[in-house]
Write a protein that binds this ligand. Structure first.
Ligand code: DGL
Length: 256
């Protein structure tokens, strides 16, 4: 149940990846109160079944609602694909905004191009992604790449680790110089965007963060749920790995 414009915006991800979306949302809506929850103890979601992801997501949404959320942002492509539709049926009055791989803007920019879509295996396997490809990528050559292991490395927090570069060389190095665009279909990947761009040979990257922030803005406005223009806005973090160092890591990712 929605609590009106004074409530906060509950944002969650399987871990710290959703902080990339959070940054875009704070830039778009600086007067809102955001509360980010990272389920790092259960990451990666990309190796889990859709049922498992739905039950983890359901528990997070329930808790954020109990705490006073007026809207929920699923800042995770995998959890959006697995859980957004059932959660919207369970909470028909609650604004629930999801993230999906930014194939639409990539295909609009390169309608007949070769478009690499990097995502978790679950995101790529679920029907939502097949529908996205049919809708926006039917003229393009869409090349899905399941980036198994990448979320685990990013969750460790050392973005300059040689393991990240060598895994990316293995996953997307073979496409170097041969693709027109790369879609970052997991909210963790923008944190290693520079390495990805380098490994694929400079192709433009597309992620869903800004589109999600704009959509959140539209939905809040349409429902009369925007915070007052004089409200100071705030951001807070919590995690299922509830240690000071984990929260400090989230803060560092938010600020970088
Ligand atoms: N950030 C999540 C996404 O956007 C990562 C999923 C995972 O934990 O594997 O898909």
């Amino acid at each position: 149940m929605s609590v009106g414009a004074d409530g906060f915006i509950g944002v969650f991800d399987s871990g710290l990846g959703g902080i990339s979306v959070l940054r875009d949302m704070v830039a778009e809506l600086p007067h809102e109160r955001f509360h980010f929850f990272g389920d790092s103890a259960n990451a990666p979601y990309g190796d889990r079944t859709a049922e498992d992801i739905l039950s983890l997501s359901r528990a997070i949404v329930r808790r954020q609602l109990d705490e006073g959320a007026k809207a929920i942002v699923i800042a995770c492509n995998t959890a959006t694909a697995a859980a957004a539709a059932p959660l919207r049926s369970e909470y028909p009055d609650l604004p629930i905004i999801g993230v999906e791989p930014a194939l639409k803007p990539a295909a609009l920019a390169f309608p007949c191009g070769r478009i690499l879509v990097m995502a978790t295996s679950t995101t790529l396997a679920l029907e939502k992604f097949q529908r996205l490809v049919l809708r926006w990528g039917s003229q393009a050559e869409v090349i899905p790449v399941a980036c198994v292991g990448l979320v685990d490395l990013i969750e460790q927090g050392d973005l300059s680790s040689p393991e990240i570069r060598s895994l990316l060389e293995e996953l997307v190095g073979p496409y170097r110089g041969t693709v027109d665009a790369v879609v970052l279909g997991c909210t963790h990947y923008p944190f290693v965007a520079d390495i990805i761009r380098d490994v694929v040979g400079g192709a433009p990257l597309f992620d869903g963060g800004e589109g999600t922030a704009r959509r959140l803005h539209e939905v809040l406005r349409a429902r009369g749920l925007l915070a007052k223009a004089e409200a100071p806005g705030s951001v807070s973090f919590s995690s299922s790995v509830n240690t000071p160092s984990e929260i400090a890591l989230y803060q560092r990712f938010f600020e970088q």
